[in-house]
Design a protein around this ligand. Sequence first.
Ligand SMILES: [Fe+2]
Ligand SMILES: [Fe+2]
Length: 352
Amino acid sequence: MAQTTTQGADREFRDASDNNTFATREIERRRSSPVFVSGDDVRARMAAQEPTGMCFLIDPKLGFSVRSIRMWMNFFGLGEGAIGWKTLGHRHLIDAVIHIIKGRGYSVIDGIRYDWEPGDFLCVPTFAWHRHVQVGDEPMVYIAGTTTPFSMALGVSIHEDERFPEYWVFAQKSEEARTTLIPGGAEVPESASQPMFGREPGREAQLYEQQVAFAPDEQTRRRRARILIKGSEVEFGKTRMGSVATVVDPRIGFNTHVMSTLLAEIPPGHRSGAHRHMYEEVNHVLAGEGYSIVEDRRYDWKAGDSLCIPVFSWHQHFNTGSATSRFLVHTTRPAMENLGVQVTQHGEDADF
Ligand SMILES: [Fe+2]
Ligand SMILES: [Fe+2]
């Protein structure tokens, strides 16, 4: 009996130690995770799938240090001209940003059409039905950043598409259920799920009615939020990190809560600032060549390569080429600010 108690105590002690040692192991995990993704390898993977396919660039399931975001490339009609590609109509509980690299077309998002061309960005609101359609005879390439791993980790990942309506979780009940941006929003009569401010004046009643009001209010925010960003509208500004254009961010009218997207440029012969931060970051090199220092390691890059910056790792980028380098950057800074734990420490300033 005494032995059993001791074993139980040992197990409890080990479990408690797990909490204490987690951070140590987490640092080791981040340090040993891959940082660099070769664009040459990606091009070879694309060639093996032509004319149409998908390449994950950075994803937790490929061993990268990220837990909450991923980045991938979709391509259609490479090597054979356009193939009249269009996606299924679908919707999901994620933040999603698409950057058009090649090709032209339009997307229908929550019933509204948005035309796009190379250089444009689309931020698809959470749980909005959408379909992307290619037009013209050029091949189509886009890079997407999404927070699917985050939704999966939270146990709230929902994806509905027109191919499998029998598996729809929330869209199968009624026409109203298909038009709402609220998961489960039409499962009960609307009258019962409307807030009743004032009927019960007590504090607890008010707090509960605020809770009831959240989903319809959030749906309104989703429908009011910005969606299409033309490449010609992107404006760069000077920061201590260098030249940056914030493209998608809750601070400039988008309704993302987890992800933020920006572009960063470095002129030839110059370097970015150095910093580290308590959020995840993935980079894709759109143009130029150079190298990055991540903690104590150097990674040489050129257009088409990608980098996965481990959480709270110092990083700085250097342009060694003759043209301006441009990075596409997705981060989880908004998520960390919503959790109250975002930290950014700035080191050296950019030299331009
Ligand atoms: Fe989608
Ligand atoms: Fe960063």
